[in-house]
Each structure stands twice: as C-alpha cells, then as structure tokens.
Design a protein around this ligand. Structure first.
Ligand code: C2E
Ligand code: MG
Ligand code: MG
Ligand code: MG
Length: 277
C-alpha cells in the first residue's frame, strides 16, 4: 500500500480485511485449504446464568490461524466463505467438531451441557440442513437439546421455506436462537410464526446501555418481549459489572461477554468448568 494514498485508504483496508493478506482472492485460496492444513479450531465462550451464576452452555466460535499470514478474524473470513461457497465445508466441519465434543462430555456424564453454533444463512437454506443435523445427532447419540443453532434475522426471509426448516429442526429437538437480535431488518411478526427458543440481544445495545438511555430502553424491551413470548433471552457482549446490574434489574436470565470470559480453547473450558483434566 503506497504511503501517499493517505490515512483513509489505509483505514479502509484495515476495517475490511486482515492486513496481512494482500487481497481477498489469496485469502480465499488459503481458506479453501484451511481444514486439510489443520488451521481451524473452535473457541468456546460460556453463557452465564445471571441469577444462579451457573454455566451450562457455550457458544462455539470458529478460529482460523493461517500458517503464513497468522490469525484471521471470523469477521473477515466468514463473509468471504459465504461469498465463495466455502462456508458449506466450514459449517460441516464445525458441526462435526461440536457434536464430537458434546459426545465426549455426555460420555463423562455432562448430559445437560449445551453448545450453540453459528449458522450462516446459506447453510440454513441448504435442502438437507435439518437432515444433516439429525444425522450427526444420531451418529453421536446426543441429546438433541444439547445442540443449539444460532440463526440471524437475515436468514428469516421467504416465510414458507424458513418455517419449514425451523419446524424440522424443532421436531428433531435442537434449540433455536436468533443471533444479533435487533440489528436485522426483518419484521417482528416472524417471532409469532416461528418456533424460536432464545433471543440473543445484539451487543451494540449492551455496549451503550449505561451511557445511552435509548439503548438501555431497547435492551430492556427485548428482554420483556422475549419473556412475554415464552422465550429465553441472552445478552451478548457484556464487558462491565454495571451492565450486569442493569441486565439483572431487567430480569435478563443469561449473559455472555468478556466480563465473564473471552472465547477460549476447549482445554480451558474443561479445566475451568468440567472438573476434569
Ligand atoms: P456472533 O455470533 O455474534 O458472536 C459474538 C462475537 O462477539 C464473537 O466474535 C465474540 O468473540 C465476540 N464477543 C463476545 N463477547 C464479547 C464482548 O464482551 N465484547 C466484544 N467486543 N466482543 C465480544 P468472533 O468470534 O470474532 O465472531 C464474529 C462473528 O463471526 C460471529 O458473531 C458470527 O457471526 C461469526 N462466526 C463465528 N464463528 C462462526 C461459525 O462457526 N460459523 C458461522 N457461520 N459464523 C461464525
Ligand atoms: Mg453467535
Ligand atoms: Mg452473528
Ligand atoms: Mg451475536
């Protein structure tokens, strides 16, 4: 990057992609081989019950450490995976990892632990998505409710298809959550049509909660909305005790965020929460 192009140009690239990759095409070709090269892993972030302090669920977050260019954030590589179709391979890999991890826990007697995995809209709309999930649950003989699928509002378009897939998932018995709630542009009416179990409040509302009354009002209203619809609610991106206090006062059951723990490798989860190793 030429220096005289100025700061704005530099900042554009910094925000758009990992600086160490010279271009998107190169990132894509490395991403295509990331599984074979064993460059992928999953970090887990605990979800904390605000009333009891208990932890019995974790969100699985994909990590990519490229041999040549180093760590790449999912915020950079997931959009490229989605554009290029690589997301199907990545998604299958994550599903396999998550299910085999659940199997390990269930064999050790941790039957009630749940893992939430992120699902891209393209994956969700695959013809065989629900049967894929069913196959894995059967393969590992898992409690279906130990697996949670996180879907964003952007996957909630074309009503009939979405309803059919969600209904299939619900029949299998997996838990369904809406990720980044409040930032999509879909209407609220899907909340009464679809079998949704959990709403995850987007972290942007949590971030500004103490300083911006409107963000606090939106977060509080989402909590009440979820409860009046019989759904659970999780606050994302909780970084401070002051946010925890506001959320508790608003009756929010669960939260995740750096305040409690960053996403960490599985060894750390086993050490901290599973009483073995
Ligand atoms: P997300 O599903 O909304 O995940 C939450 C993101 O917020 C994660 O970023 C997490 O590390 C971060 N986070 C958690 N607590 C805090 C906090 O207190 N403060 C702040 N500032 N951030 C916090 P991450 O791991 O970089 O993932 C970014 C996004 O990439 C995810 O957003 C998700 O949309 C996507 N993603 C990650 N893994 C997968 C995957 O396996 N499949 C798919 N399709 N998407 C994934
Ligand atoms: Mg998520
Ligand atoms: Mg997301
Ligand atoms: Mg989110």
């Amino acid at each position: 990057v030429a220096k005289d192009r100025g700061r704005a140009h530099y900042r554009y690239f910094q925000e758009q992609m990992n600086l160490s990759f010279p271009n998107e095409a190169l990132m894509e070709s490395h991403l295509r081989r990331a599984i074979e090269k064993e460059e992928l892993s999953i970090h887990y972030q605990p979800q904390v019950n605000l009333l009891t302090g208990e932890i019995n669920s974790f969100e699985a977050l994909l990590r990519w450490n490229n041999r040549k260019f180093g760590y790449v954030s999912p915020m950079h590589f997931i959009p490229i995976a989605e554009k290029s179709g690589i997301i199907f391979k990545l998604g299958d890999w994550v599903l396999e990892e998550v299910c085999s991890q659940l199997k390990l826990w269930q064999d050790k007697g941790y039957r009630m632990v749940r893992i939430a995995m992120n699902i891209s809209p393209q994956q969700f709309k695959q013809d065989n998505f629900a049967s894929k999930i069913r196959e894995k649950i059967n393969k590992y003989n898992l409690l279906p409710s130990s697996l949670e699928v996180e879907i964003t509002e952007s996957a909630m378009t074309d009503l009939q298809d979405t309803f059919t897939i969600l209904k299939e998932l619900k029949d299998i018995g997996v838990v369904i959550s809406i990720d980044d709630f409040g930032t999509g542009y879909s209407s609220l009416s899907y909340l009464r049509k679809y079998p949704i179990d959990i709403i995850k409040i987007d972290q942007s509302f949590i971030k500004d909660m103490e300083t911006d009354e409107k963000s606090a009002a939106i977060a509080t209203t989402i909590i009440r909305l979820a409860h009046s619809l019989g759904m659970e609610v999780i606050a994302e991106g909780v970084e401070k005790d002051t946010q925890v206090e506001i959320l508790k006062a608003a009756n929010c059951q669960k939260a995740q965020g750096f305040f409690f723990s960053r996403p960490v490798p599985i060894e750390d989860i086993n050490k901290s929460y599973m009483n073995y190793y």
